[in-house]
Design a protein around this ligand. Structure first.
Ligand code: NAD
Length: 415
């Protein structure tokens, strides 16, 4: 997804912004930036038409000083090792920002699931897990869903891991409810985006969500649940773009109807009768109060950031803004709630799922959401303290908090 740039370089440039504020030495920077372990595997798969194809899979474990490594599994045709490194390091900083006892990892397979059958995807997932299972496990590395992977994918992960290791539901999160998944996990990231959006829009900027206008890129797991919770809170979702097209309605889209349309239409908002179609490339320039990128990385750049007129950007996606975009937003006075805070709801509820599986003690959705909110609002306040203390952006504040926590844990354990 980043042929034109390197996500890992971008994330490390953002890291350096925080490291500069803390006066970290080059030695410590190198230690904290370098992934602990990187695994690359090849998976030969007999496709349904009889041909043999070899796929590439990755698992990068970035840092585990604060606990088992935690991070998503992504299926995407453009996925490369540097993307996975970038996303793994973001998970290290994210778990530290929300103060969960986890480190950061990420993995995935370079493949195009839209051109594969369910059977092929199951075979591919099982091969991938069989090849990396020696570095996984409830106290080692616990995967979860990301772009183009679902609760079904996680069920295959659990089953394949269990073939060698026995029944260990805590080896993966984001599972179906029937297999030890947790109530609310599917909605958790979007719920967290909505919690952080409210904290910033109402608590920080002093506006009301009632009637506020929101534009989103991406209407998958994160985008659609973010939209649903913000719609429930009285905001108007005025523009949505995804891979298949884009729709807008200045008075606000009917979000439940749009979600039903996406489910029925194979995953895209295109063709939704309750809005006007527009060119998805113009999403960034759509008038709105709050802009939420919730698709892929590297989309807010020196070219697209100047088009944004929103008064708040909330990063539902991972690494959507380049360092150049950060500077532009800063110059325009648009606060950006960074990915490592704004989309931390998913890993927070994944943590509850992991605990639930270890204890075999189950919670209901209201309990899950209440605990999620408490953790995210605490993280929000912790980041806000750093922003105030250093007079920096929210991204740098969040990274300062994360670096301090990871560095302290590392020092306590010994280098
Ligand atoms: P998803 O596969 O459910 O949805 C992805 C969405 O992005 C779809 O609507 C798709 O159409 C859209 N999209 C893809 N390519 C696009 C393009 N070129 N232009 C416009 N839209 C495009 O994925 P997801 O789980 O919702 O993840 C979205 C983002 O959120 C990713 O950056 C992911 O890393 C991040 N994230 C996800 C979770 C989670 O719990 N699922 C947690 C934290 C962060």
């Amino acid at each position: 997804m980043t042929a034109h740039m390197n996500l890992f370089e971008n994330v490390n440039r953002q890291f350096d912004g925080a490291a500069d504020l803390l006066g970290l030495s080059q030695e410590i920077r190198e230690l904290l930036k370098t992934p602990y372990r990187e695994v690359t595997v090849a998976m030969p798969i007999r496709m349904d038409d009889g041909t043999l194809r070899v796929f590439r899979g990755y698992r990068v474990q970035h840092n585990g000083v604060r606990g088992p490594q935690k991070g998503g599994i992504r299926y995407h045709p453009d996925l490369d090792l540097d993307d996975v490194r970038a996303l793994a390091s973001l998970m290290t900083w994210q778990t530290a920002v929300v103060n969960l006892p986890f480190g950061g990892a990420m993995g995935g397979i370079q493949c195009d699931p839209s051109r594969m059958t369910q059977h092929e995807l199951e075979m591919l997932t099982r091969r991938y897990i069989a090849k990396i299972s020696m570095v996984l496990g409830p106290t080692r590395d616990v995967p979860s869903p990301d772009v183009n992977t679902s609760a079904q994918t996680m069920a295959w992960v659990m089953d394949e891991y269990g073939r060698k290791n026995g029944y260990q539901p805590a080896c993966v999160t984001g599972k179906p409810l029937e297999l030890g998944g947790i109530q609310g996990r599917e909605a958790a990231t979007g719920k967290g985006v909505a919690i952080c959006t409210r904290a910033a829009w109402e608590g920080l900027l002093g506006h009301s969500l009632q009637g506020a206008t929101v534009a989103l890129q991406g209407f998958g797991n994160v985008g659609s649940f973010s939209a649903a919770f913000l719609h429930e809170a009285g905001a108007r979702i005025t523009a949505v773009a995804d891979q298949g097209g884009a729709v807008r309605a200045p008075g606000g889209l009917d979000v439940p109807a749009l979600r039903a349309h996406v489910r029925a239409q194979g995953g895209t908002v295109a063709g939704f009768p309750g809005g006007e179609a527009f060119d998805p490339a113009t999403l960034w320039a759509q008038p709105c109060d709050i802009l939420i990128p919730a698709a892929l990385g590297g989309v807010l750049t020196k070219d697209t950031a100047p088009l944004v007129s929103a008064r708040l950007v909330v990063e539902g996606a991972n690494a959507p803004s380049t360092p150049e975009a950060d500077h532009i937003f800063q110059a325009k006075g648009i606060p950006v709630l960074p990915d490592i805070l704004a989309n931390a709801g998913g890993v927070t509820v994944s943590y509850f799922e992991w605990v639930q599986n270890l204890q075999q003690l189950y919670s209901d959705e209201a309990e899950v959401f209440a605990k999620e909110e408490k953790i995210l609002l605490q993280a929000f306040r912790d980041v806000q303290d750093k922003v105030k203390a250093h007079g920096c952006t929210w991204r740098t504040g969040a990274l300062v908090l994360a670096l301090e926590r990871v560095k302290t844990a590392n020092e306590l354990r010994g280098w």
